[in-house]
Every structure is written in structure tokens, then in C-alpha cells.
Design a protein around this ligand. Sequence first.
Ligand SMILES: C[S@@+](CC[C@H](N)C(=O)[O-])C[C@H]1O[C@@H](n2cnc3c(N)ncnc32)[C@H](O)[C@@H]1O
Length: 259
Amino acid sequence: MRMPTNRRLAERGCAELQFEALAHKYEEFDGSLLKKFVTTEMVVTMAGNLVGKSVIDVGCGNGHFCRIYAAMGARDVLGIDSSATQIGKALSKSSAGIRYIQGNATCMAEVGGGFDVATAVFFFMYLDRAGLDEAARQIHMRLSSQGKLIAVITNPEILLPNGRKYGREIISLRGSANLDDGEKFLSAFYDSTGIHRLDLKAINYSKDTYERSLLRAGFSSIEWIGPKISVEGIKSCAEGFWDSYMRNPYSIGLIARKE
Ligand SMILES: C[S@@+](CC[C@H](N)C(=O)[O-])C[C@H]1O[C@@H](n2cnc3c(N)ncnc32)[C@H](O)[C@@H]1O
């Protein structure tokens, strides 16, 4: 039997399965401009002081952010991901204070509760609508009463085409200038020399859909967080480099609080 190519897998819409095929390529982007200077800055700022806290990272991939939480002083970090390849990668890296489980975030029966913080970084867009509701419910159930969920998602209000300058291009399959609620799209990844490396197929949800899903799951408040560039990111790039990014960001953050 001929194995499906990465692009065919992505195009077939196997939202979870695509990471089995693409995990190696996805990992190449751990050091990319956006991950290093924008996503990490947003995650670290939203997470706040993690010293002594317990953290669950849902859709943890190769454990990139789990290792950051452990380095920030979290006492217990649990990463969960449905991809065996991603969990294998996570386990192969240093993991002091970190546990990993291969499992589906829509059914986390084997995961304990009482976490102070849950994180979901570029995760929710890989779930269908029912999966989004269920994952929100499962995460809510596993947080302590004062716990919070922090998430980074692709910007549902991005204007297209957003260009390749920052290494990620969102492609509307309808060729439109906006993404509708529930619309499938491709996220194209380019390396630092501008070479196209991979496409991920994902689903755009409006802010309203995220809010309804999270409120229905039991969260009491949702705060949207705009893009943030680290000081290092500003210093190491030419003046004005990030201006167009700040006007039309690829991603935004949210904090959902239980209480
Ligand atoms: C874009 S990657 C993000 C990985 C990591 N959070 C990061 O930012 O480096 C999305 C991850 O979600 C995982 N995933 C997709 N659907 C899932 C599900 N239903 N349950 C658990 N993990 C899932 C994929 O296997 C993949 O590793």
C-alpha cells in the first residue's frame, strides 16, 4: 500500500493524524522567529509565576512548552498528546519534573485533577466543533477551583493574504480575505530562507465560538490577549520589522478562568 504523503494527509483533514506524519518537520520550527519571540513570550506572560505550580499542557507535541514550564519552576508538569510520534519525541528529551501521556484531550479519564494551570498552544484549531467543546470541558474538570487555562490560537480575525514575511502563511481554501467560523484552512510554514516546509490543515473558530465553548464548559471569564514580541525579538530584528505583524497578527492568546 502506498503511504499517504504529508500533504495528502493534511488535505484529507486528518487533523490529529497529520502530526504522526509531520512531527519531524514541525519540530524544525521550534527555533523559528514566531515561536521564539512571539508565542513563547505570550505563553510565558499569560502563565505568570509558575513556581511551585502544577501545569497540564494539552496537545503538548514534543514537549517544547512543558520544558519551559519546568524551567520556570513548575513543580509538576504533565504533557498530553494523541500522537505517539510526538510523545516519543518528548520522552527522548530531558524531562526532569515532567510526565507525558499519549492520549486524546477529548477523553482524559486517566488524567488526575487539581492543576493550577492548563495550557493549549496551537491546539484547539485541530479539533472539530464537538471536540472543541469536549476538550474545553475535560480541561475545565482538571483545573483546581482557582485554575486558569491559557491558549494561543491562530488569529480568527486575520486578514488574508497575510504574506510570508514571518514564516507562516494562512491560506483560505476558498481564496477569501477572511476566515469564517468553522472554515478549514491551511497554515503554511516557511523556513528562514523562505522555503516552504509544511502545511497543516486546521479549523478556524470565531472568538464567539471559543467563548461559547469555554463558558459552556464552566469557565467563568475569558480574556483575549493581543500579540506580544519579546524584548530580544525586538532588539534582534531591524526597526519596524514587527510593525505589520502587530497590525495583522498570525496568533492571539486567551485566558479562561475557572473562578
Ligand atoms: C500544532 S501542534 C502544537 C504542539 C505544541 N503545543 C507546540 O506548540 O509546540 C498540535 C498538537 O496537538 C496534538 N493533537 C491534535 N489533536 C489532539 C487531540 N484530540 N488530543 C491530544 N492531542 C492532539 C497533535 O498531535 C499535535 O502534537
